[in-house]
Design a protein around this ligand. Structure first.
Ligand code: HEC
Ligand code: HEC
Ligand code: HEC
Ligand code: HEC
Length: 268
């Protein structure tokens, strides 16, 4: 019962498009044993950690010529190259190889009960969220790598999904610069924020400290906080067919419950 209320209110509030996501069905999470054993062993030796490779090969983030998703390269065979390079990487870490979006004018999430920042006062998108948006805001070509070895990797055109090498407006993964309908990112989450929010009995409270093997806080605005990578694992994740894509845990709620204390809301 409590869980149902949570499901409804939270999904309705923030992720009203969740049903679309489920309806569409994500090939990402279906296991497809497409790589022969010998090859997987080679990959396992080259890749570290091993799990990253297993997940990403069967996901929409395999943008190589043999990727299973809708967006694939004309001839590039490497998978990691779209995001990482061993050489000439941006200092941004982790050995980042994708050109960053120049967009600054993101529209951030806001609500009156939010404590993290005042109206109009959202800090700029930074850290790992900026890395994700380098493809997902549609401003930069998917193949725009910076390593001297590749430069711009040619992508196949797919009507409505990849246009002129960019993620198209109608693509499932297109986010653009309006982030107001999504969970807030790029703000510091610390003991102070938790105490501010938890002082109000009517609000859904926050857990603190955040100690979890999958769901983590990442660098932002001089501290640590929520980024896209807190919920999504770009290398595939652990999600099942019913969980959101590239999910850090097996179910939708498991991710939220690391940071949100759902019972306090209902008692308040
Ligand atoms: C679509 C972009 C993308 C692709 C493709 C990608 N990565 Fe990553 N990778 C990231 C991001 C973003 C991070 C930082 C966030 C994190 O740690 O999950 C990261 C972090 C890492 C890390 C350090 C953190 C950790 O989880 O241990 C390793 C190692 C890594 N990637 C390996 C790989 C390998 C190997 C491949 C190719 C098989 C690959 N990645 C492909 C985006 C990508
Ligand atoms: C190199 C470009 C690139 C980067 C960087 C990248 N992605 Fe993606 N991502 C894609 C493409 C292409 C798709 C497939 C889009 C589609 O099917 O509409 C995709 C798909 C996704 C999807 C599934 C969308 C769906 O509806 O199935 C999610 C979730 C996602 N990415 C999250 C992330 C996150 C989080 C990051 C940063 C950690 C990230 N991506 C970084 C290119 C990228
Ligand atoms: C609090 C957890 C959370 C955070 C943080 C988060 N997402 Fe998501 N994301 C979700 C959920 C849940 C869904 C599936 C429901 C939906 O369709 O909106 C989703 C869906 C997506 C999709 C599929 C397209 C869509 O809109 O349905 C993409 C792409 C994506 N996220 C990228 C990102 C990027 C990029 C960031 C950082 C700017 C980010 N996410 C931050 C939880 C999160
Ligand atoms: C890594 C920690 C973390 C995770 C994971 C997380 N959240 Fe959050 N969430 C926060 C923080 C911190 C805030 C900001 C609270 C504030 O400023 O008052 C927030 C804000 C929100 C808000 C807006 C609250 C308001 O008052 O406007 C909603 C709704 C929400 N989260 C739902 C979710 C859902 C649903 C999930 C799972 C899909 C999720 N969160 C996952 C940490 C997290």
């Amino acid at each position: 019962m409590r869980k149902a209320i949570f499901d409804f209110s939270i999904r309705f509030l923030l992720f009203e498009r969740a049903h679309d996501a489920v309806d569409r069905g994500y090939p990402d999470h279906r296991s497809r044993p497409r790589v022969p054993l010998i090859l997987s062993l080679c990959i396992a030796i080259i890749c570290s950690p091993v799990l990253i490779c297993a997940g990403i090969y069967n996901s929409k983030h395999n943008l190589s010529v043999s990727g299973p998703g809708p967006a694939t390269a004309v001839s590039e065979t490497e998978v990691c190259i779209f995001c990482h390079t061993p050489h000439n990487a941006f200092p941004d870490s982790p050995l980042w190889n994708h050109e960053l979006s120049a967009a600054q004018n993101y529209t951030n999430y806001y609500s009156e009960s939010l404590k993290a920042y005042p109206p109009g006062g959202a800090p700029p998108i930074d850290g790992f969220s900026k890395l994700c948006l380098s493809c997902h805001d549609g401003a930069i070509a998917l193949g725009a790598t910076i390593g001297s070895r590749r430069g711009n990797i040619a992508m196949r055109s797919v009507p409505g999904i990849v246009q002129s090498g960019h993620l198209a407006r109608d693509a499932a993964g297109y986010i653009g610069t309006d982030l107001s309908g999504g969970h807030p990112v790029s703000f510091v989450f610390d003991a102070h924020l938790a105490s501010l929010r938890n002082a109000e009995p009517d609000l859904m409270h926050l857990n603190w400290p955040i100690i979890d093997p999958d769901v983590k806080l990442y660098e932002t605005a001089g501290g640590f906080g929520v980024q896209c990578t807190s919920c999504h694992d770009p290398h595939g994740g652990k999600g099942g067919p019913d969980s959101p894509p590239f999910w850090r845990k097996t179910t939708f709620e498991d991710v939220c419950l690391v940071c949100h204390d759902i019972f306090s809301q209902i008692e308040g």
